[in-house]
Design a binder for this molecule. Structure first.
Ligand code: SF4
Length: 262
């Protein structure tokens, strides 16, 4: 878990490069006891924050998110609950999420997005279709299924949206089933990740730090971004080539194929 001193150090390194931080790389940001303080530090630097959470702690932690000008949006990934919860548990979970969000006045609320990235997958205890039907019921709306067949997302309330996408597999270095040596990705072009131990990675999918570009706590970010390994990955993607083994196994990057004109 990052300490306040480490977070502030990371923030100072990142601030010249971005005005938006996403608090997530697989882990659960609402577990951090200092999340409210971190949001205040971001606000002082005029940096906006997007939190990605599974939402199970939202009710308990919502107080830490109130009156935080830095907090722009909160995405709540529903997939893990879909995979493990019974129908009744899923329904209670949705009720608790909505109750937590209702503690915000709509006009002073960050945008909450229910993220359902298991489209096309009918595995898990709650399927994509089941989840959509239950969301329809909770929001007392009709036609959500049809609407989400035509577009990836829509608004459920003025401060709550839903976003859907196809199911994807996290890349694994030893899984060579979908290996590809050509392709493109926005990693290092539009994003980098920083793990809690300071390891800099090219994207939010490398949660194990396989593509370890350097450590932000011991090396200036400028040096890490100028390193041979970082530059090789970046330049390879620009030529539609894949330099890193993990990236060769990654199917998530196919979402960026349409953006490959650089
Ligand atoms: S190809 Fe996958 S693992 Fe590699 S930088 Fe892109 S998203 Fe990350």
């Amino acid at each position: 878990m990052m300490s306040a001193v480490e977070f502030e150090h990371a923030l100072n390194q990142l601030a010249p490069y971005t005005s938006l931080l996403h608090f997530h790389v697989l882990g659960e940001p609402l577990l951090h006891p200092l999340i409210g303080h971190f949001l205040d530090l971001c606000d002082k630097k005029q940096i906006r924050v997007h939190i990605v959470t599974n939402g199970t702690l939202l009710n308990k932690c919502i107080i830490n998110l109130h009156n935080k000008d830095a907090l722009r949006s909160v995405s709540i990934s529903l997939q893990s609950m879909c995979a493990t919860a019974s129908f009744e548990e899923f329904s209670d979970y949705l009720t608790s999420l909505i109750n937590a969000i209702e503690t915000f006045q709509e006009s002073a609320s960050p945008l909450f997005t229910f993220r359902l990235w298991n489209k096309g997958s009918e595995s898990g205890k709650i399927t994509y279709s089941d989840a959509i039907r239950e969301i329809e019921r909770h929001f007392n709306i009709n036609g959500l299924v049809e609407s989400l067949n035509l577009q990836r997302g829509c608004m459920l309330r003025p401060n709550i949206s839903i976003n859907t996408a196809e199911h994807f597999e996290w890349p694994h270095i030893n899984d060579t089933s979908s290996e590809n040596t050509t392709g493109y990705c926005l990693g290092l072009k539009e994003q980098i990740g920083v793990l809690t131990d300071g390891t800099v990675i090219p994207c939010c999918l490398d949660h194990e730090g396989i593509i370890n570009l350097g450590n932000l706590f011991t090396t200036p970010l400028q040096t890490i971004l100028a390193s041979d390994r970082t530059q090789t990955i970046k330049k390879s993607f620009q030529k539609n080539m894949i330099a890193e083994e993990l990236c060769k196994q990654c199917s998530y990057r196919r979402r960026f194929d349409r953006d490959s004109s650089d």
